[in-house]
Each structure stands twice: as C-alpha cells, then as structure tokens.
Ligand binder design. Structure first.
Ligand code: ZN
Length: 116
C-alpha cells in the first residue's frame, strides 16, 4: 500500500472549466412571455429566446466544485503518479489538482480566472 494525500471517501474541492451565466435579462422581443400570439390566437415560440422568455449570456470560466474520492490508482504499472477518481466526475485528477480546503481551491480558481 502506498501512502496518499487523500483517501477513499474524503471530501475534496477541485476546479473545472465550465460555461456559466454572466448575464440574464428578459427577452425584449416577447417581453418574457416566450411566445407570440398570432392574429388567430395561435401561440408561436419566440425565435430570439427559443421560448424561454429570458436571454442568458454564458462565458467560460473556472469554478470550484466539491467531490468525494471514489477510486485511487496509479497512472500505469511503471508510473507511480497517483490518480484520483471522484464520484459523478468523468475526469481523473492528480494530487495537486485537489484541495482539502475550499479557500485554497477558490484562491487557485481566482488566479486562473484572472489570467484569461
Ligand atoms: Zn423571446
């Protein structure tokens, strides 16, 4: 058994790059209804907001998420680097990509977002 920084079941924080909403406002074309009424009173979905009534702008940015360690393994037979798999997360993480403290993760996240 090798000694690892994190153990199975540990709750950790990690960073992920995702689109997140930066601005949302009521659709000016349909006034937030999401549809128009035709002269014959038929409802037609608004093209501009695709029937949602809101226009939301997204930007790509880093974000802190919380996860739980599901699996710990070596990258391969020859490589002793430890990888961690988290529940509900497709990607695997190296030790230096995980944080015990949310504050630490947030600091790393802010740094990454500033570079962009
Ligand atoms: Zn609309």
């Amino acid at each position: 058994m090798i000694k690892t920084k994190f153990n199975l079941g540990d709750e950790v924080y990690y960073l992920t790059e995702n689109p997140f909403p930066v601005d949302s406002h009521v659709c000016p074309d349909c006034d937030g209804a999401g549809y128009y009424l035709t002269v014959t009173n038929r409802q037609l979905d608004c093209d501009k907001c695709k029937g949602k009534g809101q226009i939301t702008k997204f930007a790509l940015g880093w974000q802190v998420l919380k996860g739980e360690i599901n699996m710990i393994f070596n990258e391969d037979q020859k490589n002793p680097l430890v990888l961690y798999n988290l529940f509900n997360e497709g990607e695997d993480f190296y030790e230096n990509q995980l944080y015990f403290a949310e504050k630490e993760a947030q600091a790393a996240c802010d740094k990454l977002n500033k570079i962009k």
